[in-house]
Design a binder for this molecule. Structure first.
Ligand SMILES: *Cc1c(COP(=O)(O)O)cnc(C)c1O
Length: 367
């Protein structure tokens, strides 16, 4: 690793946790990590240098053929003062799969994780000082070589940077991998949803027979619903299954399922005050959600992902309907969705990422 560091006194000041610049999603820390690759020589020397523009030839493969794959994670400053990643091996494995899908080179996942940790050890001292806060860590791989012909990339660039996101302190159709090509075509619909006052697009898939609308994901996050099953009246936590290949296997999704199975399902829920539920991964249809709402069986909906973490859904606009979730009104008269299960699960995972409990999912980095 070569360190070409920016002296602290010339780095920008660190914006406080409630600074609005964090909502622009444009503020980054001072450095980035880059590792070049060529088909001839393999992976080159990793370099940590000032955050800045990346120069590419106009003929670069990524600009024409979307040879790009990425991962998002967060690094958390725990209440014990240490920094942690959340299940980073899963992100490394998924990047490997995404790379393969767009003919980008393979890498050693452990070596990659060590590089990311070295980068974060440099940045977190200054940029992540406050316990209970986090930085968003984006890493990407691109086909960087000149490739006007449609060929497998012979040069690639791996890079990592960290972005400052709003913090909890200030509370308030695609492939099964994270490749750039899946997201650009979805942005127009996202813009239309925003114009209608929605914060996300819930992606529905026309099922082959009839006009059933299969629920897949909400933007770049996975979708969960808690409802009472129509036939059995049993309480269920339902999320679309992965087997149809239209849902991204989110690390947060997996962790919500693991936690719910451990702590909410059947007899294992004895430790919790919550009514037990069963955890179900299956295809689910928009009409089922509409029906559950009209029959008063809907309990909660929420979305999960590294960026949004676990965020409740208040309402879904569908055709001419508004499907509203059960709401509560606080002392000041503000309405908000009922959060019983989502807030419990969120609390358990937060305890892990901020080091309130020791858990194998929390990966401690030495600074
Ligand atoms: C990243 C992403 C998710 C969430 O995955 P996490 O690993 O939990 O961050 C869900 N859906 C899509 C389409 C995504 O790109």
């Amino acid at each position: 690793m070569v360190y070409n560091l920016v002296p602290e006194k010339v780095q920008k000041p660190v914006p406080p946790v409630d600074d609005p610049v964090r909502s622009t999603q444009k503020a980054t820390t001072a450095h980035m990590l880059q590792v070049p690759w060529t088909a001839e020589k393999g992976w080159g020397t990793p370099l940590i240098q000032a955050y800045g523009k990346i120069a590419l030839h106009p003929t670069a493969s990524v600009l024409h053929y979307a040879t790009e794959a990425f991962e998002g994670m967060k690094v958390y400053r725990g209440y014990d003062g240490r920094i942690r990643l959340f299940r980073p091996n899963l992100n490394c494995a998924r990047l490997q799969a995404s790379n393969a899908r767009v003919a980008l080179p393979p890498f050693d996942p452990d070596a990659l994780l060590n590089l990311i940790c070295a980068f974060l050890a440099v940045e977190c001292k200054r940029w992540l000082p406050d316990p209970g806060t986090n930085l968003y860590v984006r890493r990407a791989m691109i086909g960087s070589g000149e490739a006007l012909g449609i060929t497998v990339p012979t040069e690639a660039l791996f890079f990592v940077f960290a972005a400052l996101f709003p913090q909890p302190a200030a509370r308030g159709r695609r492939l099964q991998c994270k490749v750039g090509a899946s997201y650009g075509p979805a942005l127009m619909a996202h813009g239309m949803a925003r114009e209608q006052g929605c914060s996300q697009t819930l992606w529905l898939l026309d099922a082959a027979q009839g006009q059933d609308q299969l629920v897949t994901e909400a933007g770049a996050s996975n979708f969960f619903v808690v409802w009472r099953d129509r036939a059995s009246r049993a309480l269920q936590l339902v999320t679309p299954s992965l087997d149809l290949g239209v849902v991204l296997p989110g690390v947060t999704r997996q962790s919500v399922l693991n936690s719910a199975r451990d702590r909410l399902q059947g007899s294992s829920s004895s430790s919790s005050r919550l009514e037990p539920l069963s955890v179900v991964e299956r295809p689910s249809f928009m009409d089922e959600i509409v029906l559950a709402q009209s029959e008063g069986r809907l309990v909660e909906c929420f979305v999960t992902g590294t960026a949004v973490f676990i965020t409740p859904v208040a309402e879904i606009k569908y055709r001419h309907d508004r499907v509203s979730m059960p709401m509560t009104v606080n002392a000041e008269g503000h309405e908000s969705p009922v959060l019983v299960y989502s807030s419990a699960i969120k609390g358990w995972i937060e305890d892990i990422v901020y080091g309130r409990v020791e858990h194998e999912w929390g990966y401690v980095i030495d600074e």
